[in-house]
Each structure stands twice: as C-alpha cells, then as structure tokens.
Write a protein that binds this ligand. Structure first.
Ligand SMILES: *Cc1c(COP(=O)(O)O)cnc(C)c1O
Length: 353
C-alpha cells in the first residue's frame, strides 16, 4: 500500500520571511531594499526587445560577468553567475563540500546552510558564537570539509574585517572557504581582493539587497579560476541557463550606475544609524550593524510579544524562536518614513505594557 511513498524525500525546508499582499504594511522582515532599483535598470527592462525572449539567454551570461568583473577589478574568468546567491551557494556546496569531514559554520547564522547540508547529505558542525555574538576564527582551526561564513553575519549584523578573513584562510589552507557577502555593500567592506591571494577563497554576493533586485534573482561568486571552473562544470551538469536575458540586461545597467548605488547605500546607512540611536535611547541593546538590518533586544521585555504586537499594527519584523536569540528581533532598515512608523509603534508597545 502506497509503497511509492517510502521513496519520497522527507525534508524540512528553509522558511523565508512572511510575504503579504497587503499594500499598507510596513515590511521590515525580509531585508529587502526599501528603494527602487536604479532607474537605468528599470529603463533596461522597459526597452528590452521582448520578441528576443524566444531565444535562450547567453549561456554564460558573459556580458553581466564582464560588468561585475570590472566593478570588482577581477577577470571575467573569476566570476560565476547564478539565479540569486541562494542558487550560487547551493551549487558551491555541491561543487566544494565533498569531504567525509564536516563543514563548519556558526551556530547562529543564515538558516539555509543546514537545509542544503541535509539536502545534499553534507556532514556539518556548528561553532558557537561568543557571548558578544562575534565569530572566533580560532574555532575554525583544524581539519574540516569546508567553511562557510556570512560577513556581515545574519541575523547578528556584525561585520569582521581583513584580519579575521586572513586568519581564517591561514587556518584553512586544506579546504574551501566561502564568505557569503549578501550584506557586504552595507558595511563597505569586501574580501573580494583577498581572492587573488587565496586560491581556495570563494566570495558570494547578490543583487537582491543592495541593488534592490530581489525580484529578478541575480547572484554571483568571485574566486580563483580553479574554483570558478568547477562551479561552471557543476552548473552545466544541472541547468545551463540559470540567469535569464532580462536579468542580464537589468543587471548590467545596475552595476554601471555606481552613482545611484552609492547614494542608496548612503541613505540606508544613515537611517540605520538613526534607528540604532533611537532604539538605544529607548533602552534597547542593538548590535553594531554592518548590514541593512539591525539585531536588537530589550532586557526585561518579551521580544516575541513585541513582534506579535507590531504585526497587529501592520509592521512586520522578524523573530526567530531559536536557542540564544529567542529574545531578539531582526529589523530591516526601511525608508525614514517606515522607520518613523516603526519607532512610533514600538513606543506605543513599550508605553502600553
Ligand atoms: C538574502 C541572503 C542570501 C541570498 O539572497 P538571494 O536573493 O538568493 O541572492 C544569501 N545569504 C544570506 C546571508 C542572505 O541573507
């Protein structure tokens, strides 16, 4: 009876931040950019010759690779592209994490990593963050099947610098180290330059957050030719056309519009500073953020309760019912107006309870 059912995959998927059809909600729960994409990217989509969509896109998406390579000062052969950085990271797990030894990542981090490990049967081991929520590079010393760390880390928002990455690379000459830079543009620190020094360092990035293009799905990786060529081989064993023609066109326009990009990042960083300061004045503990979100708690207050309260006021933030962080909230930095609404509702909550 139902013999076939025993061969079905039973897996616990990643759960993204809630999406809502409501247009009047203040949506600060998925680290999306509150500002539109570059007007040049929008123009590239509007003027796109739609009749050419009958053709497959450029298999290697080379024109977009070239734009990214120029932006970061690396060669085209050092750039890999995918359908969002989740796609790029999932392919990297399959391409590089084939050891019997466990891969290592922090206990508090992007919750997609354990999902991919289970999907691809990759053994893993988590390393606890310090009491200050920082990653200790010494924990990543010794034999392992690979390392993946987001920088800035999520959801803590903390960004580490060159000294940290160099230490990590010195300890891990024997395995591939992936640095997930989904939020790096908001910290103005990137370790891409170190990929020239370390052949086993792969840096991943995305157009979803800093470039306001989460809806298009563009992700990339930068690394040595040795790593990138293996990623290409794995991708071409799976799906040759992961980046569509519209994404290629809009992506190139976005990368070339550095003026708009920098202005948007500046605005978000300014709002982040104001949000952090105001929350601290109210009595919150807010970690120093290098991302487009902040991670906060309030001693003696129930953050889950505040999260639920804000939801009833149509302000969506993120709460994780996980060990060590179950009294924290993660709040995406929105526009100044959204931030005003958020702060008003938080004050109402604190005053009313
Ligand atoms: C958002 C995010 C990603 C992936 O974003 P894509 O939209 O798939 O490009 C990867 N890593 C972290 C830590 C993220 O927060």
């Amino acid at each position: 009876m139902n013999e076939w059912k025993k061969n079905l995959r039973n897996i616990e998927p990643y759960v993204p931040g809630e999406q809502s059809k409501d247009t009047d909600i203040v949506k600060l729960n998925a680290n999306e950019n509150p500002y539109p994409p570059s007007p040049k990217a929008i123009e590239a989509i509007k003027s796109f010759p739609a009749e050419t969509l009958r053709l497959y896109p450029h298999a290697d998406a080379t024109p977009l690779k070239k734009a990214i390579a120029d932006y970061y000062g690396v060669g085209v052969e050092n750039v890999f592209l995918g359908n969002g950085s989740d796609d790029v990271i999932a392919l990297s797990f399959q391409a590089f994490f084939n050891s019997e030894l466990p891969i290592l990542y922090p206990d508090i981090t992007y919750s997609f990593y354990p999902v991919w490990c289970r999907l691809f049967d990759i053994p893993y081991e988590t390393k606890p963050l310090g009491a200050d929520f920082r990653i200790n590079p010494d924990d990543y010393r010794g034999k392992n099947g690979g390392v993946i760390i987001p920088n800035p880390n999520a959801p803590t928002s903390i960004c580490e610098g060159d000294a940290f990455i160099k230490k990590l690379m010195e300890y891990n000459g024997g395995s591939v180290v992936i640095i997930d830079e989904a939020y790096a543009d908001f910290s103005r620190y990137s370790c891409v330059k170190l990929t020239k020094e370390y052949e086993n360092l792969l840096v991943t990035g995305t157009f979803s957050k800093s470039r306001s293009l989460a809806g298009l799905r563009i992700g990339f990786a930068i690394g040595s030719k040795a790593l990138i060529s293996v990623l290409e081989a794995v991708k071409n064993s799976y799906n040759s056309y992961t980046v569509d023609a519209l994404s290629i066109a809009a992506g190139i326009a976005s990368v070339k519009d550095t003026e708009y990009f920098n202005a948007t990042i500046d605005r978000i960083i300014n709002t982040r500073t104001r949000l952090t300061d105001e929350l601290r004045t109210l009595g919150f503990t807010v970690l120093d953020s290098g991302a487009n979100f902040i991670f906060a708690t309030y001693e003696g207050r129930n953050m889950r309760d505040m999260f639920e309260y804000l939801k009833t006021k149509k302000v969506f933030i993120r709460y994780f019912n996980l060990p060590r962080i179950d009294n924290y909230v993660r709040i995406t930095v929105g526009t100044d107006e959204e931030t005003d609404t958020l702060l008003r509702e938080i004050k109402n909550y604190l005053g009313g309870k």
